[in-house]
Design a protein around this ligand. Structure first.
Ligand code: 6PG
Length: 512
């Protein structure tokens, strides 16, 4: 820490709960912190309530705020994602000097962060997009922090950020993620995994309720037990608490009177959309997003429930086996969801040249964030022992864990299907597992059909290159570019220069 110049080392603008708690966390560690809010009253209230917690400087105007900071100025912006972030940047930029740093700590969409980095750079300002996970409590007591942006900018704020982050085994849950939008990208995938985690928990709860016939307090106890084993995690821990909560008004379980319509701010959707663009099969997270959408159709579902026929769940099943089966299915499906999320980060890192350290991402997710879990130690170890793995399922620990769980997993998918309980994440994860371990699947027919109707060509198992069959002409097969196959291969030869396939295969990217 440099000798205080009477100025503040860092500033926070945006004092809603997350911003306020982050500022409190920083100042409580002794870092002189300037605070500002667009509505001045909020800043004065903040100082009145928390001013004695640390070396705060309350600033009424943006100018006072900028002038209160030592250089290079380090400004954390904690406002709603989207246009508000741009508005704050526009207001600050004319007041800043070359080399100053603007840090967006909100849940911004990473393409916006890439754009803002470029826009700020044009004005000599270093921009950082940092993911901050752990909600309001995390912001105050120790979040997981995923800083992206210029390494020189990170060097200026590393001391402050690592001082406020959660700490696991003496290691702060904060490390420079990579350049540009990398930090917000990793936070986005964190949230996507969070969606999958929560959906899997909801499906386990649904099965325990409607197939095992258990009530919320009984299920709370089951989740509490599960939390002492491999499923040990923040989300399993709070699931037990939510299910155990008694509603003051009815005297029954609170969860029984909560409306079954999930909402979403959109980070899970961002994750799924980006995975589709990368061609990464992100089934667990995407099914979790779809499930929220289906839950939102409450009025339609009410009508459909009296119209569409199907088995009514609850014919019961051997409870002890079923509960243990569900635990194993939950764990195996969780492994798949994380394997997919990390595969997506790996693909994004290659596509954007970010050089992400996936083991480090698992390490900083062990504490502070919403998906914090014992499980993440296993992922960190996997990368430490095996380096750049293509898919976590291929790491011996996870290979064995899923092998051990899969019979139970299959029994759960069967009983849910037989009893008409929707388990999109459980079942899609099993299908992903079965698809991933298949040496030869049915996509050969897909290629044949695409070639028939669109002359999109196909590869052969016994020859190089791409091929097309003249389905609607003489049925002969020609090599891509129209070169014929030899007679011996059972396809007629076409004289050189013969017309290429009826419709020229599109020149888009070929299937590799
Ligand atoms: C976190 C949380 C945080 C927020 C979620 C909610 O990491 O601290 O993920 O970012 O609570 O974004 O997301 P949904 O409203 O989309 O569920």
């Amino acid at each position: 820490m440099t000798e205080s110049t009477g100025k503040s080392r860092i500033g926070v603008t945006g004092l809603a709960v997350m911003g306020a708690n982050l500022a409190r966390n920083i100042a409580r560690r002794g870092t002189p912190t300037a605070v500002h809010n667009r509505t001045t009253a909020k800043m004065t209230e903040f100082i009145k309530e928390y001013g004695d917690e640390g070396p705060f400087t309350g600033c009424e105007s943006v100018e006072d705020f900028v002038n209160a900071l030592e250089t290079p100025r380090r400004i954390i912006v904690m406002v709603k994602a989207g246009r508000p972030v741009d508005a704050v940047i526009e207001e600050l930029t004319p007041l800043l000097d070359e080399g100053d740093i603007i840090i967006d700590a909100g849940n911004s969409h990473f393409p916006d962060t890439v754009r803002r980095t470029e826009e700020c750079a044009a004005n000599g300002i270093r921009f950082m997009g940092i993911g901050v996970s752990g909600g309001e409590e995390g912001a105050l007591l120790g979040p997981s922090i995923m800083p992206g942006g210029d390494p020189s900018a990170y060097a200026e704020v590393e001391e402050v950020l690592t001082s406020i982050a959660a700490v696991v085994d003496g290691t702060p849950c904060c490390v420079h993620v990579g350049p540009g939008g990398a930090g917000h990208y990793v936070k986005m995938v964190h949230n996507g995994i969070e969606y999958a985690d929560i959906q899997l928990i909801a499906e386990a709860y649904d099965l325990l309720t409607h197939v095992a016939g258990l009530d919320a307090p009984a299920i709370a106890k089951i989740f509490e037990e599960w939390n002492s084993g491999d499923l040990d995690s923040f989300l399993i821990e709070i699931t037990a608490k939510v299910l155990a909560k008694t509603d003051e008004k009815t005297g029954g379980p609170l969860v029984d009177v909560i409306v079954d319509q999930a909402e979403q701010k959109g980070t899970g959707t961002w994750t799924a959309v980006d995975a589709l663009g990368l061609g990464i099969p992100l089934t667990g997270i995407t099914e979790a997003v779809f499930a929220r959408g289906l839950s939102a159709l409450r009025d339609e579902r009410k009508k459909a429930s009296t119209t569409l026929s199907g088995p009514a769940p609850g014919q019961g099943a051997d409870r002890d086996d079923l509960v243990e089966d569900i635990r194993l299915a939950l764990y195996a499906s969780k492994v798949v969801a994380y394997a997919q999320g990390f595969a997506q980060m790996r693909a994004a890192s290659e596509a954007n040249d970010w050089d992400l350290d996936l083991g480090a991402m698992a390490t900083i997710w062990r504490g502070g964030c919403i998906i914090r879990a014992r499980f993440l130690n296993r992922i960190r170890d996997a990368y430490a022992e095996h380096g750049d793995v293509e898919n976590l399922l291929m790491v011996p620990y996870f290979t064995d864990a899923v092998a051990n769980a899969q019979d139970a997993w299959r029994r759960v998918v069967v009983v849910a299907t037989e009893q008409g309980v929707a388990i999109p994440a459980f079942s899609s994860s099993l299908s992903y597992y079965d698809g991933y371990r298949r040496e030869r699947g049915p996509a050969n027919l897909i290629q044949g059909l695409r070639d028939f109707f669109g002359a999109h060509t196909y590869k052969r198992t016994d020859a190089e290159g791409y091929w097309h069959t003249r389905w609607s002409q003489d049925g002969t097969e020609v090599a891509s570019g129209g070169q014929p196959r030899s007679e011996a291969s059972g396809s007629t030869s076409l004289p050189a220069g013969t017309d290429t396939p009826a419709s020229e295969p599109d020149t888009g990217p070929k299937a590799e």
